[in-house]
Write a protein that binds this ligand. Sequence first.
Ligand SMILES: *[C@@H]1O[C@H](CO)[C@@H](O)[C@H](O)[C@H]1NC(C)=O
Ligand SMILES: *[C@@H]1O[C@H](CO)[C@@H](O)[C@H](O)[C@H]1NC(C)=O
Ligand SMILES: *[C@@H]1O[C@H](CO)[C@@H](O)[C@H](O)[C@H]1NC(C)=O
Ligand SMILES: *[C@@H]1O[C@H](CO)[C@@H](O)[C@H](O)[C@H]1NC(C)=O
Ligand SMILES: *[C@@H]1O[C@H](CO)[C@@H](O)[C@H](O)[C@H]1NC(C)=O
Length: 530
Amino acid sequence: MAASLLVFFLTLKMFKLWLTLNLPISLQNWNTSTKSSCPTSSMSLIKSLTEAELRIREIMEKLDQQIPLRSFTHVNTTTSAAHSITTILNPQVTYCRGDRLDILLEVRDHLGRRKEYGGDFLRARMSSPSLKAGASGKVTDFNNGTYLVSFTLFWEGQVSLSVLLIHPSEGASALWRARKDVHDIIIFKGKFVNGTSQVLSECSLTLHSSAELCKYLFGGEHEVFYCVKPQHMPCEALTHVSTRNQKTSYLTAKEKSLFHMSKVGVEIMKDLKHIEVFQCNKNENVKEKCRIGMKIPFPGGYMLQERWITTFCNQSQLDTMKINGCLKGKLIYLLGDSTLRQWIEYLPNVVKTLRFFDLHGTGSFPKRLLLDAQRHTQIQWKKHSYPFITIHLYSVTDDGYIPLEIDRVLGDQNTVIVITFGHHFRPFPIDIFIRRAISIRKAIERLFLRSPATKVIIKTENIREMPIESEWFDDFHGHIQYLTMKDIFKDLNVGIIDAWDMTIAYNAYFLHPPDVVIKNQIDMFLNYIC
Ligand SMILES: *[C@@H]1O[C@H](CO)[C@@H](O)[C@H](O)[C@H]1NC(C)=O
Ligand SMILES: *[C@@H]1O[C@H](CO)[C@@H](O)[C@H](O)[C@H]1NC(C)=O
Ligand SMILES: *[C@@H]1O[C@H](CO)[C@@H](O)[C@H](O)[C@H]1NC(C)=O
Ligand SMILES: *[C@@H]1O[C@H](CO)[C@@H](O)[C@H](O)[C@H]1NC(C)=O
Ligand SMILES: *[C@@H]1O[C@H](CO)[C@@H](O)[C@H](O)[C@H]1NC(C)=O
């Protein structure tokens, strides 16, 4: 056993070495500008796969196993919230703050028959509206039609429990299948400028066209943006891009019936009354101060009186003086989408001395810069480059492809990078998201080699509106990305701000969470860096 494992690892090592050695040759041999020269023999196909591509395949295969195809003949055989049964395990007469409460969920179909497989997309939350309190519950899928839903009773008072069936497993499976086939759901238009003339041209992340193409390599050979080359315009003349959403669905009529408004996010725990949680004089465990690199559990905190309280570290209450002192001399890079842009818009409320500096940006979502010249604090936000979805023309000249932005940072103990991406990737094949996450991870590793003191914080994707008009932006896709991202970044020395967990706790079903959530994300951020 041990010997065969050793042989396996040696083979793997040699294979990787062989890959590294062969890589430069294979790239030379593979002339990307011609279609006929694609490698055909399996040998050259293996050669063309970089380690990153192998990792992407590995992750995708793992996801396929987690979300198997579930065909169904009738809605009757899909999961029904109304027929599913929940039981509190080991019910107590009195619950104490800090206790765990477990619920066994047995899912049934619309005819009341037990289901024998899992995969339902569920969301568990506990709340006390009068205390402005909320927290996520943890769902464990046993893949046999039963689930364990665990809540930690973080606060005292009257607590309601909720488990929502967001999509039955058959619906989740249909979304996953559809995402594999997805193409041309988001149509990109590029604006090219030559002197006074402007031309709009079709662009895409995967363009199958016989026309002459402009090819923009923004992450080596594997991340490419294409535009049909306009006449009398060089490829470099691309200045702005906008997008349009096709109203196409890849779901069958039968599958679509699972996504009717009345069927999305249905409460399963309808019969449970409140439970009463008491203080019971239990001592709280002493917690370490929050710092970067801590492993964060799920749930990693809860909302109480609208304040986010972490469960895995001791947050400090930072006053203005502390914050001002902490931000002195700091260079902060916010790289991502508009959910991080919300931070830079909100920050002047937290730090009154920060002023926006006009960067002469054009189009929507230009680069943003906040300065406190006296304290030498600089905070900038840049959008994360393709794919970026908006109907308004946005400038591509100040785009920030995250791996490249990280490579440009020298880094020191006063440099902070915050990263978020996800929402704009939902309507594209998952490998585009995975490839970007791996590229970002590699850039962070390079950064830590030259500057281990630089602080890197990853903000995960948040939940959004439900139900949603277009299946492509569904939280199911976001959840897969969220789990994948946590997995890819798990053993890096980075801080995590779990926006998914937080927005469930805050019941914030918005693409752009309300200010109270942003405020608490920034508080968490300051706790990591101060
Ligand atoms: C790639 O193929 C094109 C078209 O056949 C040719 O013009 C070009 O020189 C080739 N480039 C390389 C690097 O072989
Ligand atoms: C679905 O269930 C309903 C209610 O039990 C029943 O009337 C109907 O015939 C069933 N349809 C199919 C196709 O099984
Ligand atoms: C489902 O799986 C869990 C965990 O393996 C097991 O404890 C439980 O008995 C199973 N339930 C059924 C109905 O098979
Ligand atoms: C720009 O447009 C002019 C007028 O159509 C054309 O002559 C020129 O070649 C164009 N420039 C480039 C670099 O394509
Ligand atoms: C958190 O830190 C403060 C100040 O250092 C300390 O008084 C408090 O007991 C700590 N709380 C926990 C739960 O560790």
